[in-house]
Design a protein around this ligand. Structure first.
Ligand SMILES: Nc1ncnc2c1ncn2[C@@H]1O[C@H](COP(=O)(O)OP(=O)(O)O)[C@@H](O)[C@H]1O
Ligand SMILES: [Mg+2]
Length: 583
């Protein structure tokens, strides 16, 4: 057993690191998880107990050797794609007991849970862990990925309990042998009081100004000079950190975090490389854990409001038909019903907008729409004037006809097909299948139009030259119009199609279902996950797990397709629905 924890060739930490508080802060992909797992490896080498709370789904890799084949560390993996046993949202306290009672290291992979289940689990887990450790003071280190989720700067509603539990662990845990590592790409969203408890801060590459401001605040709080280092953060290479530990280690130095011994699961897989499965624990051990878990799940079911309601209904039925039965039995049934009915009602935490608020929001939206219309109209008039003022090349003659288009003009009409339609059959020969599909794509969205990249996706034509040629031909024929960056079929265009238009999506769900048809299964599942998460972004790791698309080449291809169709965009926090204005 080594008597120090090696982080890099130049940095070792004393064994009491296990009960200290750390933070790894940096932008996505800078090496936070990698560095924190390196630290975890050091602690495991020192035979310390570690637990990782992992909503990202990468910590299971500690059980696999770096080559992806051999055995890594012995730890229990709960939940996620690689778990020995699945997790129940109600199982937080049970898992805390298991970890304290058996003294085992574990990865708690909550990447499969929905947001609320994740929080519920984490709250129960943290409360019970703290409570139990008070009586059992052996060292344990808790790693918390996406710390801003579990230790938020601003706790809303129920989150207060969760924040309280994690704050206890971080502020008081040391007295009971608990250390913690907070990992986050959004230092400004992590609770400041908790972050200020950090004894050692690893900061890797950081670009955002909010992020750097938050870091500077931390450093000032610790009473050290910071400015030049904060300025250096955007240029740090991946895997290089500044370590600040003013009181515990009395250090401020640059560290290149060393290679991990275990598997780097978040590395982009090499094409053709086998998928690696973690090696399971012993059969006996697992059977025991599973039995215990099943018992807890049974207990949890006994408290489930739906199951309770069902039982009450069943008992009442029994009572109704028990008229002549044994009075003792009837009394027993009655008591049970009374007992069940006396339980507190199901808690519902969904915020609901009142009618007034809905109306107010509607009014705001309308005003905004009107303003946008006015601006777009104005811009179009400017564009139109410029065209008229400048010399109009003969080839562009139809442009002169173009009045500022209004979207309604483009909707299918019942009136007689205008003059141009008479030429439709003649035009028929002129337009190739691709151009026709472009026109159909425009015709399908008469209300909101489509952007050019969206047409490319819908009409399945090659972007670039091919698309421009077709689109140019349709424009010259007066069959399509561009209005505020969106393309519409004109009434001439519609007449030309002569009703050969796929069904027009009318509701938000329609629009999304229409788009779903365009993608292969994996990309479609990714779109579904992103729609479901709206308005919140989904991290790539999360998206990969929830859509069941391994985070590699295919994943990037699919995400690229969704992005090119302008349905999805991505920021530092992940992918989000870009056509959100629909919802
Ligand atoms: N110290 C390091 N040594 C070698 N590779 C690293 C190191 N840190 C990060 N990487 C590489 O960068 C990738 C992204 O790092 P990761 O820790 O997942 O980023 P983050 O958690 O900050 O989003 C890793 O999968 C790994 O391939
Ligand atoms: Mg990470």
């Amino acid at each position: 057993v080594p008597d120090s924890i090696r982080i890099s060739p130049t940095l070792t930490l004393p064994p009491d690191a296990v009960t200290q508080t750390f933070a790894f802060l940096a932008r996505r992909g800078a090496g936070k998880s990698y560095g924190a797992m390196k630290l975890a490896e050091g602690m495991l080498d020192a035979e310390a107990q570690i637990v990782a709370l992992d909503p990202v789904g990468v910590w299971y890799s500690l059980r696999i050797a770096a080559d992806g084949k051999g055995k890594g560390y012995d730890l229990l993996i709960l939940g996620g794609l690689h778990g020995d046993i699945p997790l129940e949202p109600g199982g937080g306290a049970f898992i805390a007991d298991l970890i304290v009672d058996r003294g085992i290291s574990a990865v708690i992979d909550v990447s499969h849970f929905r947001k609320n289940d994740r929080k519920r689990f984490a709250t129960d887990f943290a409360e019970q862990l703290f409570h139990r450790k008070k009586a059992r003071r052996s060292p344990l280190h808790l790693f918390v990925e996406e710390a801003q989720v579990f230790v938020p700067q601003r706790a809303m509603g129920d989150e207060a309990r969760m924040l309280g539990a994690f704050e206890d662990i971080i502020k008081l845990g040391r007295n009971f042998g608990i250390g913690a590592t907070l990992i986050s790409q959004r230092p400004q969203a992590v609770n400041k009081d908790a972050l200020n408890q950090t004894e050692a801060l690893f900061v890797l590459q950081t670009n955002g100004s909010q992020e750097r401001k938050a870091l500077e605040a931390w450093i000032v709080e610790q009473g050290v000079e910071s400015k030049t280092i904060v300025d250096e953060l955007p240029g740090l290479p991946i895997g290089t950190a500044y370590l600040w530990s003013p009181s515990w280690l009395r250090k401020l130095e640059k560290v290149e975090i060393g290679k991990r011994r275990t598997y780097n699961a978040s590395a982009t897989p090499v094409a053709g490389q086998e998928r690696v499965e973690p090696r399971p624990l012993s059969r006996d051990e697992m059977a025991k854990v599973k039995d215990d878990m099943a018992a807890t799940i049974e207990r949890a079911k006994a408290d489930d409001p739906k199951a309770l309601r069902a039982e009450i209904i069943g008992l009442k039925k029994q009572l109704a038909t028990a008229g002549t039965a044994d009075p003792a039995e009837v009394r027993q049934l009655r008591d049970r019903v009374a007992e069940l009915e006396a339980r507190p009602p199901e808690r519902v935490d969904v915020p609901v907008l009142r009618d007034g608020e809905v109306a107010a929001l509607g009014a705001v939206a309308e005003t905004l729409n009107a303003a946008v219309e006015a601006i777009v109209g104005g811009l179009n008039r400017i564009v139109a004037t410029r065209h008229v003022a400048g010399p109009i090349p003969a080839r562009q003659a139809p442009v002169a006809r173009r009045e500022p288009p209004r979207p309604t003009e483009c909707a299918p009409t019942r009136r007689e097909a205008p003059q141009r339609a008479a030429n439709a059959s003649r035009d028929d020969r002129r337009f190739r299948a691709g151009a026709r599909r472009i026109l159909q794509a425009c015709a399908q969205f008469p209300d909101r139009g489509v952007t050019k990249p969206q047409i490319v996706a819908l009409a399945k034509v090659k972007a670039g030259g091919t698309f421009s040629t077709y689109f140019g031909e349709l424009t010259a024929a007066g069959f399509v119009k561009v209005h505020g960056g969106r393309c519409f079929a004109t009434s001439d265009g519609l007449a030309y199609l002569g009703g050969d238009v796929p069904p027009i999506p009318r509701t938000v769900d329609d629009v999304i279902s229409r788009w779903r048809e365009e993608f292969r299964d994996g990309a479609r599942r990714m779109l579904d996950v992103i729609v479901e998460a709206h308005p919140h972004p989904v991290s790539r790791a999360d998206l990969s797990v929830r859509a069941r698309v391994a985070n590699g080449g295919t994943f990037s291809t699919y995400l690229g397709e969704l992005k090119r169709a302008e349905l999805v965009d991505e920021n530092d926090h992940g992918a989000y629905l870009a056509i959100a204005e629909l919802i």
